[in-house]
Design a protein around this ligand. Structure first.
Ligand SMILES: Nc1ncnc2c1ncn2[C@@H]1O[C@H](COP(=O)(O)OP(=O)(O)OP(=O)(O)O)[C@@H](O)[C@H]1O
Ligand SMILES: [Mg+2]
Length: 258
């Protein structure tokens, strides 16, 4: 199983929208996919159509009580896509784990062995706290959604420093699969400029596909379905399908054959 963390400490940059739609696209491609909601806000769980009353066991139980992942996952309405949901309890996990020596490795331990999935995507909260640290420690690689706005590059350098530290202390094999430019607005000159700056700084690391600002992407979660299902032909859905294809080409060969 390849483990992909979706992280950026900036809030509202499209992490969850990316997690939901890439998970859906990979499942539609025939990959057995697990989406892990590691954000106490639970947006990925709600957005995939699992209301809080339907959530029983959750990522909190996996991290804090070491409940096996297999006992906490639930199917979604998307064939081939399972969810490890998040509940508000998760907001207490950082404090509850503070004295545990293995607190940064809880998710890594839980994802060891064959869980029956080809890929898992981990939707992180907007911070660089213990939850994101667990995701980066457990992951093979990181996907960074980046909103094309003025402070984007500053936030990104802080995130890349964190990746460096995680590589040194917790997970030497952590890679960065790519940076996805999100909420791109062609008519806005600043967005264009930022996108150009990011590409000239980071080159190949930036996915060629950009995700446009698209109202259908923002409407879909309130219907509890991925945009890819809500309106598969809209510009946002088409962009996420292209991004998923590009992501697959960047995965190591043996994973692609999965
Ligand atoms: N490309 C897009 N076009 C228009 N709206 C978008 C787009 N991507 C995301 N949104 C909307 O913007 C808001 C923030 O997106 P999302 O929840 O995916 O970001 P996030 O990084 O996960 O946020 P948080 O940091 O709070 O977890 C949501 O209301 C979402 O529906
Ligand atoms: Mg989110």
């Amino acid at each position: 199983m390849i483990r992909i963390a979706i992280a950026n400490q900036k809030g509202g940059v499209g992490k969850t929208t990316t997690a939901i739609n890439i998970s859906t696209a990979l499942a539609a491609t025939g990959w057995k996919t697990l989406m892990i909601d590691l954000d106490p806000q639970g947006n990925a769980s709600t957005g995939i159509g699992v209301s809080s009353s339907e959530r029983d066991a959750s990522s909190y139980d996996v991290l804090v009580d070491r409940t096996p992942v297999a006992d906490c996952v639930m199917p979604t309405r998307i064939p081939g896509l399972d969810l490890l949901p998040a509940t508000v309890d998760l907001s207490g996990a950082e404090v509850e784990l503070v004295n545990e020596d293995d607190r940064a490795h809880r998710l890594q331990g839980a994802l060891r062995g064959d869980l029956g999935y080809d890929v898992c995507l981990i939707d992180c909260p907007p911070s660089l706290g213990l939850l994101t640290l667990n995701a980066l420690t457990a992951a093979d690689t990181l996907l960074v959604p980046l909103q094309c706005e003025f402070f984007a590059l500053e936030g990104l350098s802080q995130l890349l420093q964190t990746v460096d530290r995680v590589q040194q202390r917790f997970n030497p094999d952590l890679g960065i699969i790519g940076i996805a430019l999100t909420m791109f607005d062609r008519r806005n000159r600043l967005t264009d400029q930022v996108a150009e700056d990011v590409r000239s700084c980071l080159g190949q690391l930036v996915f060629e596909t950009t995700i446009p600002r698209n109202v259908r992407l923002s409407e879909a979660p309130s219907h509890g379905v991925p945009a890819l299902i809500y309106d598969h032909a809209c510009a946002g859905s088409r962009a996420y399908m292209a991004l998923a294809r590009e992501l697959i080409t960047r995965l190591p060969e043996k994973r692609k054959a999965a």
